[in-house]
Design a protein around this ligand. Structure first.
Ligand code: URA
Length: 225
């Protein structure tokens, strides 16, 4: 099958799901990160270029207000500026891979962290560590998590942010790749969260890996086994 995205993406795209335009440039970058033979430096480079696109698209979903400036030739320019404070929250460890691109686009942005992992016995997500800006509830949150597969950890992470007082509609989930199952679970539970993604895969396999997918993202990005 030549396609790398789900055959009926439209059926899974609620109004809160934003799939990056599937340009040839984006497909070429995805071709790099999906190649099992690619070197790690090329994998990181192509991943970060896609992450940059995702972050730019996520910023476009935030609220803006009018801001007029005067140009060097003395003319008025009717512009815009963000009207709400924004912070990042990365889901350790894979989400940390997106921090560099977020910082490059938004210098000085504060970035919290959440470490949530599936308990081997209960099979439920378990919170190990959290560190968030004190005023996280006062603005918008860009939640950084490149993989949305079954959705279990992602759902628990969103719930944690809601428990901290963040409004559901103020969360933008920044995601590299996902599957229809993950999106469906997510949108059913948190319909007001917006998701920005660059690819919707065909399905999950029996080991909860996305197909065709990219294998274990964290290991490939950070160079671990
Ligand atoms: N996490 C990964 O790194 N890859 C998958 O395919 C699913 C979850």
């Amino acid at each position: 099958m030549p396609t790398t995205t789900a055959p009926s993406i439209a059926a899974h795209l609620g109004s809160g799901v934003h799939l990056l335009p599937q340009t040839r440039q984006l497909r070429a970058l995805h071709t790099v990160i999906r190649n099992q033979e690619v070197r790690r430096d090329a994998f990181v480079h192509a991943s970060e270029r896609i992450m940059r696109m995702l972050i730019e698209a996520a910023l476009d979903l935030l609220p803006y207000e009018r801001r007029e400036v005067t140009t060097p030739v003395g003319a008025a320019y009717e512009g815009l500026r963000l009207s709400s404070p924004v912070c990042g929250v990365s889901v350790v460890r894979a989400g940390e891979s997106m921090e560099g691109q977020l910082r490059a686009v938004c210098p000085g942005i504060r970035i919290g962290k959440i470490l949530m992992q599936r308990d081997k016995q209960t099979k439920q997500p378990r919170l190990y560590y959290t560190s968030l800006p004190a005023d996280v509830a006062d603005g918008h949150v860009l939640l950084l998590e490149p993989m949305l597969a079954t959705g279990g950890t992602a759902l628990a992470t969103i719930q944690l942010l809601l428990d901290k007082g963040v409004a559901e509609e103020n969360i933008v989930f920044v995601n590299l790749i996902t599957v229809p199952e993950g999106i469906a679970t997510f949108c059913r539970k948190y319909p007001k969260v917006q998701i920005v993604t660059s690819a919707i895969e065909q399905r999950l396999n029996e080991n909860a890996y996305m197909i065709p997918g990219i294998g274990d993202f964290g290991d490939r990005f950070f160079g671990t086994d």
